[in-house]
Design a protein around this ligand. Structure first.
Ligand code: NAP
Length: 252
């Protein structure tokens, strides 16, 4: 973002994994960063704040359960009071508890939609009024290639991520006239706690490394550049799009 004025970003699920890397990466790019996650993650969030401050930027910490409307509004209001604005929203928080559809409980179906889909909607609704008032803003949703392809034992998760891709397309059309872009990133297999739990074994890791065109799986840092692209002036004319960032394991 060289040459662009300082921005405030808010990253959900920022205590670990992809969210943590995005928070640090946006700080390195010159943003002050509001980092939010479940209250149970406050110790880890404090570590992320140190990384942001080491990059010379301000960190704003707030507890936020993205599935809870009151919690989302409370956290966004607190960030706006302190930071004055939120220019960039990165909807990263997400859960995946695999199950074949035959055995999936209603509770698990609902919880995945509450966090992965409703959470995106609620955070967007909370930040949009001040973005619209300023006629500028960037929203980046972390979806998944699962939302395009679907994979066994992830039917419910894939359905939430397909929803995120659709919300991205629709919201882009609803807020474009206010100078706001909305784009999604579809990571492939990224070696976070979620990614490793999902793969389950070293053998599965080797298999997917071999499938990938680039012959490796992803690190959280692999998602940072594409996020920065969508936050920067370089992507000013890109909206409603979903970009696969997967090392070449999925091509549509
Ligand atoms: P992760 O390591 O499990 O991190 C997810 C973070 O979100 C955790 O800090 C988690 O907190 C937080 N979170 C969960 N529920 C929340 C809620 N209700 N409110 C606020 N925060 C909540 O996962 P990751 O691999 O970094 O994934 C980040 C995003 O990328 C997710 O949306 C995921 O679906 C997507 N993605 C990941 C992969 C992959 O291979 N890793 C691939 C495609 C897409 P707790 O630890 O307390 O649950």
């Amino acid at each position: 973002m060289a040459g662009e004025s300082m921005k405030v970003a808010l990253v959900t699920g920022a205590s670990r994994g992809i969210g943590r890397a995005i928070a640090a990466g946006l700080a390195e790019a010159g943003c002050d960063v509001a980092i939010v996650d479940l209250p149970s993650q406050s110790a880890l969030l404090a570590e992320v704040a140190q990384d942001i401050e080491a990059a010379g930027r301000r960190a704003y910490l707030q507890p936020m359960d993205v599935s809870d409307p009151e919690s989302v509004q409370r956290a966004v209001d607190a960030v706006l009071r302190e930071a004055g604005r939120i220019d960039i929203l990165v909807n990263n928080a997400g859960i995946l508890v695999p199950s074949p559809l035959q055995d999936l409980t209603v509770d698990s179906w609902d919880r995945h939609f509450d966090v992965n889909a409703r959470g995106v909607l609620l955070a967007c609704q909370a930040v949009l009024p001040q973005m619209r008032a300023r006629k500028s803003g960037r929203i980046i949703n972390i979806a998944s290639i699962a939302g395009r392809q679907g994979v066994a034992t992830q039917g419910h998760y894939a359905a939430t991520k397909a929803t995120v891709i659709t919300l991205t397309r629709v919201l882009a059309q609803e807020v474009g006239m206010d100078g706001i872009t909305v784009n999604a990133i579809c990571p492939g297999i990224i070696l976070t706690e979620m990614g490793k739990n999902n793969l389950g074994s070293e053998e599965a890791i080797r298999h997917w490394e071999n499938v990938a065109a680039l012959k490796r799986l992803g690190n959280p840092e692999d998602i940072v550049g594409p996020v920065r692209f969508f936050t920067s002036d370089e992507s000013a004319f890109v909206t409603g799009q979903s970009l696969n960032v997967c090392g070449g394991i999925y091509f549509h």
